[in-house]
Design a protein around this ligand. Sequence first.
Ligand code: MTE
Length: 299
Amino acid sequence: MRKTPTWADVTPKAQFLRRREVLAGALAVGLAGPAAARIDARPSPLSTEAKPNTYEQITSYNNFYEFGWDKDDPKAHAGRMTTDPWSVEIGGLVERPGSYALEDVLRMAPLEERIYHFRCVEAWSMVIPWIGLPLSAVLDRAGVRPGAKFVAFETLYRPSEMPGTGIDWPYVEGLRLDEARHPLTILASGLYGEALPKQNGAPLRLVVPWKYGFKSIKSIVKITLTEDMPPTSWNRLQPSEYGFYANVNPAVDHPRWSQATERVIGAGLLAARVPTQPFNGYADQVAGLYQGMDLRTFY
Ligand code: MTE
């Protein structure tokens, strides 16, 4: 794990740091202990008690196909992505559409209670201590208009900095409005008390812990409220394999592999796979969103 900066490390530099770094740094101070009275940041009650993966594991085994198809490509190549300045265009069915500077988005929710230890699962699983804010705070600030039923997201696409091929860029994703408003749905801007590394989707990415990892779109530049279900990259690429919902469901196999178990990153190569939990263990909180829906049809 990375060393968490102390108050002394952070304070003198603070004046020179951009606001986003101050935000991440302030949270790191909160985590450090003695200065916690100043920024009272502690893991959200929504957090899992499971031990987080190491900073090294979380930042060196990634999927970010704009930078290549191998798990080590994002760490090797995402460094060339320019993330400063950054703004997010919020539009569609909202009262206050516009281009919001990253710094303003990060201020849309209070600094307290921004640490979320969430499990994430794909064919493998990790526990990641995110720094983020509820997506609902951002939606409230933009003012969702009646008639909006979905939220569409879009990743930066800048071919000069992104060598990856094979997907019809930009990467796009979507959520139903009630999923987007659920308190487990966050926009993450950091992890382990530091600003988000580029390979993990700097400077702002979605985290939806009860869905397969591909829903958690990285490096977001656009959020649009829509009446119709928006397209999603994986559904466009392979509709028989990837649906819009993508809720973690061990009972529904991917057409080419079982989804009943997962490999726990960090448990060692010889460790047995463990059973995957419905909704990645968050069923108590989110199963109600899908009452009455056949999750085999709406996969
Ligand atoms: N977002 C973009 N823009 N491009 C991607 O290729 N990959 C997705 C998701 N978000 C992806 C993306 C997939 S398949 C996964 S599993 C997660 O990011 C991985 O997030 P992590 O590397 O931070 O663990």
